[in-house]
Design a protein around this ligand. Structure first.
Ligand SMILES: [Cu+2]
Length: 842
């Protein structure tokens, strides 16, 4: 990036420009490094006309239901082909990618994707894996955290793993070194989604270093007609608005990513080097380092959250954007690591010293934000957002009386990774009018609205992180189309149908964990860490008692376990005396979130922590149903007791989403349909949390799905207790058929053995063995089994003999390797490259 200058919060002349900042990004593989030396930058700096490498990365334009394929190349090598070490400090004591393939502290020491006790920062080749956030995508292309790969560098150290334990591709014929070939079917409505790195235990660093961009999906049944919304957006053929003033003047749709960053005075990115930055905790750390040294379960480099003092918008610090007096469509993304944004727009009514952004600026009238879309597409209605109100517009040209927001301070609230598709109406504003986007969420973890008593730290610093960008009205940019663009109050959005009744309700928990080994002294007045009292061996059963009884250096100070150590997602269970309690789970624990393929589930996310967490599910678009308070007195004792006090989703949460704010002390209820089998993840999108265990696998269980061929009547599918003919011409045929061996009677699968019906269950082997000839049975978690006339064999990738023996037309789901078809002679994987087979299969 070019260096830039910005107002000095302390007054006086602007600060900078500073030297250019080195970042990483995605660009076209054939493009050279950017060279902007002819236009005010320098060799190697972006934006530049000769290269698509920029920060953020270029926007990928997609069409609903049209496949986009990408070969993602890890090109993090220098000009000599040697790997680049990370720009930022990588903590090897988290459960992380671990390319050295050594030093794992549990299980086999020589593997990837584990925790180590190596306390020093990792300086080897950088693993990456790209995730398209919000994509309805097959598991092989989702960017699983353990599916990373290294660059094809000349000097990869001996013994290093080149790929993570779950590396996969959409098409394994791609053998370009240091890459993965992913396929995105874009089987989803028009939406603003985005792409970023997702490598295990390093996502916070890989994202902070730069690689992120917009992935826009247009068209399909749920997009607006041409001319309804402000446009056009930039196009590849239409010229680069960065360098063409005519193109720039015509643009009315702009993606805007807001990322907080800090910089060293040499221009380089600042990110905390160790835990002392967060809370002054000096140790001991995992690996025995720190002061004092000793046994520990505290990571020494990782910081629990990170908030930065500079707002970077589309790669520029506090930019200004000249706009016509017209309506603009802005696709906003909170791309911050940890920071929640509470955005609003105000006219700058007075600026006596003429230097925008410093303390003498006076804000005047608020400019409304009209939200039209959320994470996964359009809202049911346009929602008018002004600080303290959130009002649904019926779309008939009327504007109802303002409806109060949950808190007088709430404006456009966006947690990390959330998107808001909005219209801002600058029409009628005088030439030269300056409109400022401000942020009033805290420079600290967000606790949610309504919030406790208003403290100074509850709001971002007004002179730095409290300002985002300025818009300046320029009449010269007016275009003929500006006058005909619809007013927000007249817009009717293409609403999607809601999900049906759920098949299952799942209770989940969010948990903050303290140390089990390190006891510290806390200043009773300030809450600050005074020092470490003692640390002990892992598993010490007396740790909590000894810590509570430990003598402090100052009377009245508090001895307590060091925290936070990490945050965990988990499940909800019942303890030995009948209380409903949270059961935190770690990344490496057995998978517990296993919805059946094509099931609709309600997830009840119980937040037992003090902070709000943006919870993101991969694969699915979900609806936010409601939130419910937990009884605070019970919660203080660790018990989860719903109060019955519920809050419906806000109007601007009423479209489909993929990331939801889960507030402390509440149950957040969402509903989703899981319609692609395989392995995904769900996690907190405060990416410092995600990197240290606040993420869990999500396995959509397709084992219950079987396909059978019925000669003369096509292929039928058994799923969630119902047979259906795949052609959909006669869905009841199979259930009524006595000639085809299988029937559905509301109690499972029954087989006709020529004489009688017998239910096929794991507890009824006689009925199973009596089924005769070719038979496939579903045994739940036991998978799909085949009767060969003599014995049952599980159909699985590790049992190819059973698969080959199955005969006739058959489709089986093999979890992470997708759906395979038996054509009578061979098995083949059903992929997007064989659409004819897919059409007949589904
Ligand atoms: Cu979190």
């Amino acid at each position: 990036m070019w260096g830039s200058s910005f107002p000095n919060p302390a007054g006086g002349a602007p600060v900078g420009p500073f030297p250019a900042t080195t970042v990483w990004s995605y660009g076209r593989a054939e493009d050279p490094p950017p060279d902007s030396s002819g236009i005010g930058g320098a060799v190697g700096t972006a934006p530049a006309q000769n290269s698509s490498f920029n920060y953020p990365a270029f926007t990928v334009e997609n069409t609903s239901n049209v496949v986009t394929t990408v070969r993602w190349i890890n090109g993090l090598v220098d000009a000599a082909g040697n790997y680049l070490p990370h720009l930022l400090p990588v903590d090897q004591t988290l459960h992380w990618a671990n390319p050295p393939n050594a030093n794992c502290i549990m299980g086999d020491p020589n593997r990837t994707d584990c925790e180590t006790a190596v306390p020093t920062p990792y300086t080897g080749p950088v693993p990456i894996v790209t995730h398209v956030h919000g994509a309805h995508v097959q598991p092989h292309s989702d960017g699983y955290p353990e599916a990373w790969w290294l660059p094809a560098a000349n000097n990869i150290p001996a013994g290093y793993a080149l790929r993570g334990s779950n590396y996969g591709q959409a098409d394994n014929t791609n053998t370009v070194p240091g890459s993965a070939y992913f396929s995105y079917e874009n089987t989803q409505p028009a939406a603003t989604i985005w792409f970023h790195d997702h490598a295990l235990g390093m996502t916070r660093l890989n994202v902070y270093a730069g690689p992120a961009g917009f992935w826009l999906i247009r068209g399909g049944a749920h997009d607006t007609a041409a001319g309804v919304l402000p446009g056009p957006a930039p196009t590849l053929a239409g010229g680069d608005p960065n360098f063409n003033a005519t193109v720039r003047a015509a643009i009315r749709e702009v993606p805007i990513v807001i990322e907080d960053r800090s910089f060293n005075t040499d221009g380089s990115l600042f990110y905390p080097q160790d835990r002392t930055f967060f809370d002054g905790f000096t140790g001991p750390y995992i690996g025995g380092t720190g002061t004092p040294a000793g046994p520990s379960d505290m990571s020494g480099i990782w910081n629990p959250e990170a908030f930065f003092n500079t707002m970077v918008v589309n790669g520029n610090t506090w930019p200004k954007f000249e706009v016509a007096p017209a309506r603009y469509r802005l696709r906003l993304l909170n791309g911050c690591n940890s920071r929640t944004l509470n955005l609003s727009l105000f006219v700058v009514s007075s600026d006596p010293d003429g230097i925008p952004g410093n303390a003498d600026d006076v804000l005047g009238a608020e400019v409304p934000i009209y939200q039209i879309g959320g994470d996964q597409g359009f809202l049911p209605n346009v929602v008018k957002i002004v600080t303290g109100s959130v009002t649904t517009l019926p779309g008939d040209g009327t504007v109802p009386a303002a409806v109060a927001a949950p808190d007088a301070r709430q404006a456009l609230l966006m947690m990390s990774a959330e998107r808001a598709d909005v219209i801002v109406d600058f029409s009628g504003m005088a030439n030269g009018t300056r409109i400022r986007m401000i942020n009033t969420a805290p420079d600290a973890p967000f606790g949610g609205f309504p919030a406790p008593p208003f403290l100074p730290g509850d709001v971002a610093d007004a002179l730095t992180s409290g300002q985002v960008m300025d818009f300046i009205v320029d009449n010269a940019l007016t275009q003929p189309g500006d006058a005909t663009c619809m007013l927000p109050k007249n817009i009717v959005l293409p609403a999607e149908v809601p999900l049906g009744a759920p098949n299952n309700t799942r209770k989940l928990s969010l948990n903050e964990m303290s140390s089990d080994q390190v006891c510290v002294e806390i200043d009773a007045m300030t809450g600050a860490i005074v020092g470490t009292l003692f640390s002990t061996f892992a598993g010490d059963p007396n740790f909590l008692g000894n810590c509570a009884a430990a003598a402090t250096t100052v009377p009245g100070n508090l001895p307590q376990p060091m925290g936070p150590r990490q945050a965990l997602v988990g499940v909800v269970t019942t303890d030995g005396v009948g209380n409903v309690v949270a059961l935190p789970k770690r990344w490496g624990d057995a998978i517990t979130e296993t919805p059946l393929l094509n099931s609709t589930e309600v997830w009840e996310i119980h937040n037992t922590t003090a902070d709000a967490h943006p919870i993101h599910l991969h694969q699915v678009a979900f609806q936010v149903i409601e939130r419910e308070d937990l009884d605070p007195a019970a919660l203080a004792l660790g018990n989860l007791v719903p109060t019955g006090v519920t809050y419906p989703a806000l109007p601007n949460e009423s479209g489909y989403k993929d990331t939801v704010a889960s507030y402390p002390g509440q149950i957040t209820r969402i509903k989703a349909k899981f319609d692609i089998a395989g392995l995904y993840v769900w996690h907190c999108h405060i990416i410092e949390h995600e990197d240290n265990e606040m993420m869990r696998p999500l396995f959509v269980n397709g084992d219950s799905l079987i396909y059978v061929s019925n000669t003369g009547s096509g292929v039928s599918q058994w799923n969630l207790g119902v047979w259906s003919q795949i052609t959909a011409n006669d869905p009841l045929l199979m259930a009524a058929s006595g000639s085809t061996m299988y029937g559905a009677f509301g109690t499972g699968i029954w087989a006709w053995n020529g004489t009688a019906w017998g239910q096929i269950t794991a507890s009824n082997p006689e009925a199973m063995s009596a089924a005769g000839t070719v038979l496939y049975g579903d045994f739940g978690a036991g998978g799909i089994w085949k009767w060969d006339g003599t014995a049952w064999n599980r159909i699985s990738a590790d049992n190819p003999q059973a698969m080959i023996a199955s005969g006739s037309m058959l489709y089986v789901n093999l979890g992470g390797t997708g759906i395979w078809k038996w054509d009578g002679a061979a098995w083949s994987q059903i992929t997007a490259t064989d659409p004819a087979i897919m059409v007949s299969a589904y």
